[in-house]
Design a protein around this ligand. Structure first.
Ligand SMILES: [Zn+2]
Ligand SMILES: [Zn+2]
Length: 330
């Protein structure tokens, strides 16, 4: 089953994928599909200069280019749709022991170019939002080959949509982009700035959701990676590197992280003036953090849910009900 179901109570769509491996250990037993792919040459749609970075389709994804029809019939109160979209993985190393922190600034900039190429390609399709997501839960875990995930989604994720509505209201009231204004205020006070240069700055948001959460954004109003010049992409790479290295130093070990690129929606919905591109990053460290016992346990939600508010469930509701029914009767 790969389908989307509408929850009439919350007004939100949810994704169902029941053919994906249920546990990382299961994937590990069948071998790592990402090992060795980098040396085999350019991935789909990549220039030869990016040969050391491969892009693959993810066939167990919640959204597919040609999804099967839903398993159930819909009703007015229970709409169901084919899960049309795309999931890709960007593999930038054959080595399980490296994390983004280990990459040079130049290589990070190369990866940013690949993210931009895939954003351009996927946003030209009939999708409403393209999310770039990179998650490192712990170097060396056998089922966690370092990679980025690129999700081409059939709707603007609920969390993103809420932020855009707030930005739209601010624009109507003040005539300016809220992220431009708040960014200028943050940059001038410096109390929450982590690193900066003339083009980009990294800061802890005023009301951060997670301990040590950082946003990295261009100083000027750019709506996606496609708006950034080569020097601006290099600046972004340098600051991402600074933040990731800072996490390692802060926690005194290689700190796992989550990183999401929030770019303008791709639905032709006139979002450009309220979409200020930024990268959100948070360490995914369990146990006590640095300082006076402040825990930094941010491993509370999967990264896609963390970034979008969209939940992906790996058991069909009917299967769950049947299992519970059987359990109740036994
Ligand atoms: Zn691997
Ligand atoms: Zn802006």
């Amino acid at each position: 089953m790969t389908e989307r179901r509408f929850d009439c109570f919350s007004g939100e769509w949810r994704s169902y994928v029941t053919n994906a491996p249920e546990h990382p250990a299961a994937a590990a037993e069948s071998g790592c599909a990402m090992c060795g792919v980098v040396s085999e040459g350019p991935g789909i749609g990549l220039r030869a200069s990016h040969a050391e970075i491969a892009v693959l389709d993810d066939d167990d994804a919640p959204f597919l280019a040609d999804p099967p029809p839903p398993d159930v019939a819909d009703t007015p109160l229970t709409p169901v749709e084919r899960a049309a979209g795309a999931f890709e993985v960007v593999v930038w190393s054959n080595d399980h022991d490296v994390i983004l922190t280990d990459l040079s600034v130049e290589r990070l900039a190369r990866l940013i170019d690949v993210w931009a190429e895939r954003f351009a390609e996927l946003s030209a399709r009939n999708v409403d939002y393209v999310l770039v997501l990179e998650e490192q839960l712990g170097a060396g875990r056998p089922a966690d080959h370092p990679h980025a995930q690129i999700q081409a989604l059939p709707e603007i994720p609920p969390r993103v949509r809420r932020s855009l509505a707030v930005a739209r209201a601010y624009l109507q009231q003040h005539g300016r982009c809220i992220r431009c204004d708040a960014g200028a205020q943050t940059a001038s006070s410096e109390s929450r700035v982590v690193a900066s240069d003339s083009r980009t700055f990294a800061f802890v948001p005023f009301a951060a959701r997670y301990p040590y959460e950082v946003h990295v954004q261009p100083r000027r109003h750019a709506t996606s990676l496609l708006d950034l010049s080569d020097p601006e992409r290099m600046s972004l790479a340098r600051l991402l590197h600074d933040v990731l290295v800072a996490y390692d130093r802060l926690f005194g070990r290689r700190a796992p992280y989550r990183l999401a690129l929030q770019q303008a929606p791709t639905d032709d919905g006139n979002w450009l003036e309220v979409s200020h591109f930024f990268v959100e990053i948070a360490p995914s460290v369990t146990g006590p953090g640095p300082g006076r016992g402040h825990g930094a346990d941010v491993g509370l939600a999967r990264s896609s849910e963390w970034a979008t508010g969209t939940y992906t469930v790996h058991v069909a509701p009917e299967t769950a009900a049947q299992a519970l029914r059987n359990a109740a009767l036994s």
